[in-house]
Design a protein around this ligand. Structure first.
Ligand SMILES: Cc1cc2nc3c(=O)[nH]c(=O)nc-3n(C[C@H](O)[C@H](O)[C@H](O)COP(=O)(O)OP(=O)(O)OC[C@H]3O[C@@H](n4cnc5c(N)ncnc54)[C@H](O)[C@@H]3O)c2cc1C
Length: 460
C-alpha cells in the first residue's frame, strides 16, 4: 500500500526533531507537525530558560563571595525584564536553529496540531488527512495542576513563570521535585522571599537521602522556607495572593507556582480510537523495548512515554527509533547509567542507584562518602558543604551509583556516567590519579567505606 509519507512525527520537541532529522537523513519521506513552536519544552519553557535563570541567580553568590577575595563590589541591582528579554532572544535563536536543521535534513514541517485517526492516518487541525507508514508520538508532557484547590486559577505553572510581567517579590512554590527545587533556589537568589510547601516530609523524593538532606539544608541556608507535610487548600487574590495551607497556616505571596509534576500529553490525540494502549495511571503511551506501541505502526518516545523524562533521553530514543525503522538498526539504549542534575546552588549530579536501592538489589553493598567544605568557601566565608558518595556492588566492586552535591556537580557526573557505562570498579577509581586542587578529586581519593552492608544488614 502506498502512503503519503513514510514517517509522520507529532511534536517538534527534543525527541521529535531528532527522530525526524535522522529518518529524513536515511531517505524516509518525513513530515513533522508542531502546534506551538519548534524546540518543545526544553528549548522554550524547560531546561534552557531554566539554566539561563540559574546562571543569573548565581551572580548573587559571586558578588557576596568576591569580598573574601579582596574585591569591593558596588551595590548590585537586578533587572527582571532585562533577563526575560535576554532569555527570549536566546530561545528564539535556538528555536530557529532547530527549525533550520530540520529543514536541512529534508523533513517537512506543518505548524498545526495533529491527531491520530487510525494506525496509518493523521488529521491536521486544518482538516487535511495524511497517510503514513509509521507514526511517531513525540507530544511530550504538560504541567499538572493540583486538583481540589479552591482558587487554582490564581496560581501559575512552570509554563508561565519564565515570562511574568513583574518579578515576584514573594513566591510560594508548591511541590518538592527537581523543578520545584530549582525554581525555589533560583528565585531566592534573584531576590524573592521563597516559601516551598509539599506534602512529603522532604524534598526530592527518589533521590539519594544524603543528596535530599544536603540540598534541603543548602536551600534553608540561602533563606528558602520549607513547609513539609502540607499543601494549599485555598488561593485567594486580592492585590496579593493569600494561600491557605492544609495545616491552617496562611502564606501571603505575589505568585504561587504549582510544580507538583507533569503528565504525558496524550489527551485528545485520538490514540485510544486508533487502538493504542495507554497506561492506566497517567495515560502515557505504553511502548516495548523498541519504542513501539501495541499498534505496530505507532511508536512513542520521550516524555509522552513517562519513563525517564529528560531531554537527552527523548533525543536518544528519537535517534534510535529512526535508525531502527529507516536505517542500519541501533544498539539498545542503556537506561541504567543516565546521569541527571538538579540545578540548585550547589548542584546535584546523580547517576545509578541510590544507597537504598543498592541495598535492595545486592547482597553486599559498600558506600563511600565524604562531606567537606569546598576550598573556595574557606576564603569566601560561605557556609557551604559539598557531599560526594559512591555506591558500590560489594561482590563485583562495580560502581553502581554516584551522587554529588557540589558546584559543577552536573559537569562532573557526566564523566562518572561514562566510567560507569564502561563498567568501572572502585579499584579503577582508586587507580586514577587525582586532579588537584578540585572537588572532583574526592571521587578518586575515598579510600575506606563509610558503610558496608552484608545481606541487607549494616556491617559497619
Ligand atoms: C521547567 C523544566 C525544566 C526542565 N529541566 C530539564 C533539565 O535541566 N534537563 C533535562 O534533561 N530535562 C529537563 N526538563 C525535561 C525536558 O524538558 C523534557 O524531558 C523534554 O523536553 C522532553 O522532550 P519531548 O520531545 O518528549 O517533548 P517536548 O520537548 O515537550 O516536545 C513535545 C512537542 O509536541 C508538541 N505537541 C504536543 N501535542 C501536539 C499535537 N497534537 N500536534 C502537534 N504538536 C504537538 C508540543 O507543542 C511540543 O513542542 C525540564 C522540564 C521542565 C518543564
Amino acid at each position: 500500500m502506498a502512503f503519503d509519507v513514510d514517517f509522520f512525527v507529532i511534536g517538534a520537541g527534543s525527541g521529535g526533531v531528532r527522530a525526524a532529522r535522522i529518518a529524513a537523513g536515511h531517505g524516509a519521506k518525513t513530515l513533522v507537525a508542531e502546534e506551538s513552536r519548534v524546540g518543545g519544552t526544553c528549548v522554550l519553557r524547560g531546561c534552557v530558560p531554566k539554566k539561563l535563570y540559574v546562571y543569573a541567580s548565581r551572580f548573587a553568590d559571586d558578588f557576596r563571595d568576591a569580598a573574601g577575595f579582596g574585591w569591593s563590589v558596588g551595590e548590585a541591582k537586578f533587572d527582571w525584564p532585562r533577563l526575560v528579554a535576554a532569555k527570549d532572544k536566546e530561545i528564539t535563536r535556538l528555536s530557529e536553529a532547530y527549525r533550520e536543521n530540520l529543514m536541512r535534513s529534508g523533513a517537512k514541517l506543518v505548524e498545526e496540531r495533529a491527531t491520530v485517526v487510525d494506525p496509518n492516518r493523521v488529521r491536521l487541525a486544518g482538516g487535511a488527512e495524511v497517510s503514513a507508514r509509521h507514526i511517531l508520538i513525540a507530544s511530550g508532557s504538560r504541567p499538572t495542576l493540583l486538583p481540589g484547590v479552591e482558587g487554582l486559577e490564581h496560581a501559575i505553572t512552570s509554563n508561565e513563570i519564565f515570562d511574568l510581567p513583574e518579578f515576584p517579590r514573594r513566591l510560594l512554590v508548591v511541590g518538592g521535585g527537581y523543578i520545584a527545587v530549582e525554581f525555589a533556589s533560583l528565585f531566592q537568589r534573584l531576590g524573592a522571599e521563597v516559601t516551598q510547601v509539599m506534602r512529603a516530609p522532604n524534598i526530592l523524593r527518589g533521590f539519594d537521602e544524603d543528596m535530599r538532606n544536603g540540598m534541603r539544608d543548602a536551600m534553608a541556608r540561602a533563606g528558602v522556607v520549607h513547609r513539609f507535610g502540607c499543601l494549599p487548600i485555598r488561593i485567594e487574590r486580592d492585590h496579593d495572593l493569600r494561600v491557605t495551607l492544609s495545616d491552617g497556616a496562611v502564606v501571603e505571596a505575589d505568585q504561587a507556582l504549582i510544580a507538583t509534576g507533569r503528565l504525558p500529553d496524550t489527551k485528545g490525540l485520538g490514540l485510544e480510537a486508533a487502538g493504542v494502549k495507554l497506561t492506566a495511571e497517567h495515560g502515557a503511551v505504553e511502548v516495548d523495548a523498541n519504542l513501539t506501541s501495541n499498534v505496530p505502526s505507532i511508536h512513542a518516545i520521550g516524555d509522552v512515554t513517562d519513563r525517564v523524562n529528560l531531554t537527552p533521553v527523548a533525543v536518544r530514543e528519537g535517534h534510535t527509533l529512526a535508525d531502527r525503522l529507516f536505517g542500519p538498526g541501533a544498539a539498545p539504549i542503556r537506561y541504567d547509567t543516565i546521569a541527571s542534575a538538579v540545578f540548585g546552588t550547589p548542584e546535584i549530579g546523580t547517576v545509578g542507584l541510590t544507597e537504598k536501592e543498592a541495598l535492595q538489589r545486592f547482597p553486599k553493598a559498600d558506600v563511600y562518602k565524604t562531606d567537606f567544605r569546598p576550598l573556595k568557601a574557606t576564603v569566601s566565608g560561605a557556609r557551604e558543604r559539598a557531599i560526594m558518595k559512591l555506591v558500590v556492588d560489594g561482590v563485583t566492586q562495580r560502581i553502581v551509583g554516584a551522587h554529588l552535591l557540589a558546584h559543577e556537580a552536573a559537569e562532573m557526573i557526566q564523566l562518572v556516567a561514562v566510567a560507569m557505562t564502561m563498567g568501572a570498579t572502585k579499584a579503577d577509581f582508586d587507580a586514577t590519579v587525582a586532579v588537584h586542587p578540585t572537588a572532583a578529586e574526592e571521587l578518586v581519593t575515598m579510600r575506606s567505606a563509610s558503610t558496608r552492608y552484608e545481606d541487607g544488614m549494616q556491617a559497619g
